[in-house]
Design a protein around this ligand. Structure first.
Ligand SMILES: [Zn+2]
Length: 494
């Protein structure tokens, strides 16, 4: 072994001593962190390796050994300090846990006391169990066990109150929901979602009227004449529709309505034509079917004019009165902030096509045509409002079924409601005879590009009514009726 000298033997011996000292030092300290232990061992090994490398060159001096010992001593002290810090942390943790538990217990006690106080305040409500004789309030002298029992009772009473309140709240909510269903179902339910029995008779589709009533939340009843079913009525406190099985005339909320078909009684069950249901009954009893259009711009059409005098009675000409009323209406509407477009402002005659073209061009929100009625019979008087005939329906004075859709048919439901509101408004304002909402193939309203109605404000052939129509007072009444109708129609759009 030529490479190993005595000196190198000594160095190896010194190394052995230091390593064993390091190992001893490490095991002396009961470490909790094995990573530290591994690290210390690794450090010792690394130091030993370095020392071994050095030892190959020279023998460690006594000073060097002492320094190594001191270094190991410092390491031990550091580890001891670390252990002490850990112990301190553990103690702190335990203390904090105890504090939290105490705080929680205090909070619980306070909550219980609060509940007891609330029970006392709640007094003797019928649904609350009466407080026991030995109420905790007067229990200052009671034993801790009794106090505990009282507290438990208080909690139970509080729970009873909570339960009673919750039950009451649930009952109230149920009641409210039922009431809401009563009023909102007819308004909000989509026709498509209604469960309605349907039949077809003579190529006309019919809907079971009793089912309609159920969906609207209305009561159904038959009307009878000479002990035979003559028609039906559906109603509640605020709405009522009367329908005949013989005639097309009926009423909705007291206003005469010329339906498209009489109702059908089959196997003692009532049916309304689907077209009447969708375009007439539904828009008059509910708001759901409205197309939510604006009503800012209104086109007023004064009937006839120029070469076309319209109806005449002596020197009285329809064209003059329609223009007077139209102008009064224009003034009032403009005062209210509406934009008004007149189909004529003087004694001129725009053709029916011209009038329809104006509507198409200016795209008003509503089209109102004003006319006066006439009859060879001098007796009839009163007001009528016309709307376009819905497809599948017939004219009021006719039986031919309309098959072709016209532009105003886009607004069948709105037309119907507009006609109803106009008729209702004018009747209320004038006290005139109700001749109803009717359907007729009238060019200007059928070709309108918006909801449209034609008003027959009275009979020039009736002397008494002519006198009224010629007066500014009555004309103003008609105008105020139209304004009221517009207000009603406005609520239909909301
Ligand atoms: Zn006319």
């Amino acid at each position: 072994m030529p490479k190993y000298t005595f000196q190198s033997f000594l160095a190896a011996f010194a190394l052995l001593v230091s390593v064993s000292a390091a190992a001893q030092t490490v095991t002396d300290v009961p470490l909790q962190d094995t990573a530290v232990k591994t690290k210390s061992t690794a450090a010792a090994q690394s130091a030993a390796a370095a020392a071994a490398s050095d030892a190959a060159k020279k023998v460690p001096t006594a000073e060097e050994i002492a320094a190594e010992r001191a270094r190991l001593e410092r390491m031990r002290a550091a580890l001891a300090a670390e252990r002490a810090a850990l112990e301190q942390y553990k103690a702190d943790l335990v203390r904090r846990q105890q504090e939290a538990a105490a705080a929680s217990a205090r909070a619980k006690e306070e909550a219980e006391a609060k509940i007891a106080a609330e029970i006392k305040a709640a007094g003797s409500a019928a649904s609350i169990p009466p407080p026991a004789k030995d109420d905790p309030v007067s229990a200052k002298t009671l034993s801790p066990e009794e106090l505990q029992r009282q507290r438990q009772l208080a909690i139970e009473r509080a729970r009873a109150i909570e339960k009673a309140v919750a039950t009451q709240k649930a009952a109230d909510a149920k009641k409210k929901a039922a009431a809401a269903a009563q009023t909102t179902t007819p308004k909000d339910k989509d026709v498509a979602t209604m469960k309605l029995r349907r039949i077809t008779q003579d190529k006309v589709r019919y809907v079971h009227l009793r089912d309609v009533a159920v969906n609207y939340g209305l009561t159904f009843a038959y009307t009878k004449k000479s002990n035979k079913i003559s028609g039906a009525v559906i109603y509640d406190k605020t709405r009522k529709a009367v329908l005949s099985a013989t005639y097309r005339e009926g009423t909705v909320n007291g206003v005469q309505v010329h339906f498209l078909y009489p109702i059908l009684i089959k196997n003692n069950e009532p049916y309304i034509s689907e077209v009447d249901f969708l375009t007439c009954l539904d828009p008059l009893l509910r708001y759901k079917t409205a197309i939510k259009l604006g009503m800012k711009t209104i086109m007023i059409d004064a009937g006839h004019g120029g070469s076309d005098p319209g109806a005449m009675n002596g020197t009285h000409k329809e064209k003059a009165y329609t223009l007077q009323i139209a102008k009064r209406l224009q003034t009032q509407l403009e005062k209210l902030g509406f934009r008004v477009i007149m189909t004529r402002t003087g004694d001129t005659y725009p053709t029916l096509q011209d009038r329809a073209a104006l509507c198409k061009k200016y795209k008003p929100d509503l089209y109102i045509s004003i006319h006066c009625n006439s009859s060879t019979n001098k007796t009839p008087s009163g007001i009528e409002t016309y709307r376009v005939v819905p497809v599948g329906g017939t004219e009021t004075k006719g039986s031919k079924v309309k098959t072709e859709k016209q532009s105003a048919n886009e607004f069948d439901a709105n037309n119907s409601r507009l006609a109803y509101e106009m008729q209702k408004g004018m009747l209320a304002a004038t006290g005139a005879t109700d001749r109803g909402i009717r359907h007729q193939a009238i060019y200007v309203i059928a070709n309108a590009t918006c909801p449209a109605v034609l008003l027959e404000v009275g009979y020039l052939s009736n002397a008494a009514e002519l006198k009224k129509i010629a007066s500014p007072e009555y004309q103003n009444k008609i105008v105020s009726g139209i304004l009221a109708g517009l207000a009603g129609y406005g609520s239909f759009l909301r």
